[in-house]
Design a protein around this ligand. Structure first.
Ligand SMILES: Nc1nc2c(ncn2[C@@H]2O[C@H](COP(=O)(O)OP(=O)(O)OP(=O)(O)O)[C@@H](O)[C@H]2O)c(=O)[nH]1
Ligand SMILES: [Mg+2]
Length: 238
């Protein structure tokens, strides 16, 4: 299975790629790692394929006399045309994606790369250290990724180690059943959130959102179970 780790800047994509791959290896799976971030300086894992061997954002800035944003856009163009190795010996190939989610998602690179591979699943990471009031915003962004990439996408909340067990329970309760919370207060935003959630239910059946920690490995077992479920719903029950 090809697993793309997506998410906003700093949400923990690289650390999750590294530590989840070690977890999978300990569980007996053959795992390969691909770094698709041409802008990263150092990685917390050893990549089997690293886009930085082909080009880096820094090189593009120097070569073309571009600023960081221009170079990132050029890097995304190059990424879209990159030929990736096929790791046929692997059970899981984990792809760490660029810190700059927007150009990866909304330009050609993301769609081309994900679309060129079979048996794909995306993990869309949210960061629990950021204000938790906006969980709906995070979920909508994960759905945007799914809609844009046309690939199965699991919303995953990372950095759960930074929450107390009580806070984790509170987030879980909210995720399982957001409506009563909204009903408890009556602001216009809450009203709007409820309407949006109701409308979404018709198109996207509610999905479990695991709370994980890329740092400690908390929740990795549940994440793997969800990946099995994705595989099964795609018709591959092996
Ligand atoms: N406490 C805690 N820190 C984490 C966790 N995951 C990542 N971090 C920290 O968050 C910071 C960003 O992690 P990265 O893995 O570089 O995040 P990223 O999404 O790859 O970042 P960009 O590629 O720059 O967008 C680092 O300081 C990590 O150590 C986690 O589960 N718990
Ligand atoms: Mg990264």
């Amino acid at each position: 299975m090809n697993v793309f780790v997506l998410g906003p800047a700093g949400s923990g994509k690289s650390l999750l790629t590294g530590n989840f791959s070690s977890y999978l290896a300990r569980e007996g799976y053959r795992v390969r790692l691909v770094n698709l971030d041409p802008g990263v300086l150092s990685l917390p894992y050893r990549a089997d394929f690293d886009v930085r061997k082909v080009f880096t954002v820094e090189e593009i800035m120097r070569e073309k006399g571009l600023g960081p944003n221009g170079a990132i856009l050029e890097a995304m163009e190059r990424l879209a045309n990159l030929s990736l190795p096929s790791f046929e010996d692997a059970d899981y190939v984990l792809y760490d994606t660029p810190g700059q989610l927007e150009p990866f998602l909304f330009r050609e690179a993301g769609r081309r790369i994900v679309g060129s591979l079979e048996d794909c699943c995306c993990l869309f990471l949210g960061d629990l250290s950021t204000p938790r009031r906006n969980l709906l915003g995070f979920y909508l962004y994960a759905l945007t990724a799914r809609y844009t990439l046309e690939a199965e996408t699991l919303a995953v909340l990372n950095k759960a180690d930074l929450l107390t067990p009580e806070e984790r329970e509170e987030v879980k309760r909210f995720l399982e059943n957001p409506t009563p919370l909204f009903e408890a207060s009556a602001s216009l935003k809450d009203e709007m959130d409820r309407e949006i959630l109701n409308a979404l239910k018709d198109f996207f059946p509610p999905q479990r959102v695991p709370l994980v920690s890329a740092e400690t490995g908390l929740g990795f077992e549940e994440l793997l179970t969800l990946l099995f479920e994705v595989k099964c719903t795609c018709g591959d029950l092996t």
